[in-house]
Design a protein around this ligand. Structure first.
Ligand code: BGC
Length: 369
């Protein structure tokens, strides 16, 4: 073959290589100079998810409205450096322990472990440098999936055991974003992994979520004290603003004088899911009338934290310069109950050597009338 004949072949090979890696770009550099990458997954049906190796953050999630127009429906930042600032945990993988641990301490096998107090007297979302602030190792799939791994060393943020964690994001052609969480440990430990995406189905930065309609498949929830720590009671939602067994607008009862709504400054509660068996089961459904977008959340987890962005206050400017005001998004964080390590009656969050932690959550998008 002559050099001239080789040129078309070289062009084709170059294009193929570029195409394979075109879903990856540099997002930024950590303060210690490590490169942070952003991977964009695309489904054949046009849904797009951009995921950062820093914090495993879902930076953007574009899904069609009823006219087929793609809109970004999660809060976040265009620039990487904003993710280094104090957290609202936009889109991040949260761990080791999503949600709160009272007094930032727990006892396991007779040993007391002390954690950082990063939320008043309590520990929130894994501590001062949780999984949302670490760099994950990426292994891209076929352009529709991304595997992220992280080794959390024994003693990190006060938790026992070397914990090896894998999170796989998969964007399926039926407009589902699936998240699989797997972990193993070499010492008894506790663990509660989740994703902290803030959704606004009208589009990120497009006002508040009070008119979104929500259904939650939960007869009970864990009432909280003023530090948002569960009291231990499993209370019926019946006759309260927390009853979403039939669809309700989120804003309909959020301002009621109900003690729990006052303590939560809105919805910031863990709902116990009605479930049968261990498989994926429907936890929540959200609809937004103007765009027609529908979000369904399915999970293998026993509970879901419903949070209405009560602590957002308009001081954060996000993607496209949008201002994120109070209740401009909602979180549906699938998980175990908060503070489980201090509540032996709650489903256990303990992981022992030889056992494998595995949970799955699916965010399914569609449109309705
Ligand atoms: C919690 C909120 C907290 C927020 C931080 C949510 O998971 O329930 O209380 O303020 O995370 O972004």
């Amino acid at each position: 073959m002559t050099t001239r004949n080789l040129i078309p072949l070289i062009i084709v090979l170059t294009l193929m290589t570029t195409n394979c890696s075109s879903n990856r770009r540099e997002f930024g550099k950590t303060p210690s100079g490590e490169s942070v990458e952003l991977y964009t997954l695309k489904s054949a049906t046009g849904v797009e998810a951009a995921i950062s190796t820093y914090g495993g953050v879902v930076v953007s999630l574009k899904v069609p409205d009823r006219a087929g127009a793609l809109g970004d429906i999660v809060l976040g930042f265009d620039d990487f450096r904003s993710y280094l600032l104090p957290p609202p945990y936009f889109g991040a993988i949260v761990g080791r322990y999503g949600n709160r641990i009272a007094h930032a301490a727990f006892t396991l096998d007779g040993v007391e472990y002390k954690l950082a107090k990063n939320d008043g007297d309590n520990s929130l979302h894994g501590g001062t440098r949780g999984f949302d602030k670490v760099l994950w190792k990426a292994k891209p799939g076929n352009g529709q999936s991304l595997e992220l791994t992280y080794l959390s060393k024994d003693g990190e943020e006060g938790f026992p055991g070397n914990l090896s964690v894998t999170v796989v994001y998969t964007l399926a052609d039926n407009n589902e974003l699936k998240i699989d969480y797997t972990a193993t440990t070499d010492k008894d430990t506790v663990l509660n992994l989740t994703n902290h995406s803030y959704f606004n189905l009208a589009g990120q930065g497009e006002g508040d979520i009070l008119a979104h309609q929500l259904t939650l498949n939960a007869d009970r929830y864990t009432p909280v004290d003023k530090g948002l720590i569960p009291t231990g009671e499993l209370r019926s939602v019946e006759g309260t603003p927390l009853d979403f067994r039939q669809p309700h607008a989120i804003g309909e009862r959020i301002g009621s004088g109900d003690e729990q709504m006052v303590l939560g400054r809105g919805y910031d509660h863990n709902f116990i899911l009605n479930r049968t068996g261990d498989g994926l089961s429907l936890a929540a459904k959200v609809t937004e009338a103007k765009s027609g977008r529908v979000l369904e959340v399915l999970t293998t987890e026993p509970a879901i934290q419903f949070y209405t962005g009560n602590f957002l206050d308009g001081t954060i400017r996000g993607k496209g310069g949008k201002v994120y005001g109070r209740r401009s998004a909602l979180c549906l964080e699938t998980q175990h109950y908060p503070d489980s390590p201090n509540h032996p009656a709650f489903p256990s969050t303990e992981l022992r050597p030889g056992a494998t932690y595995h949970t799955t959550t699916v965010y399914r998008f569609s449109t309705g009338s």
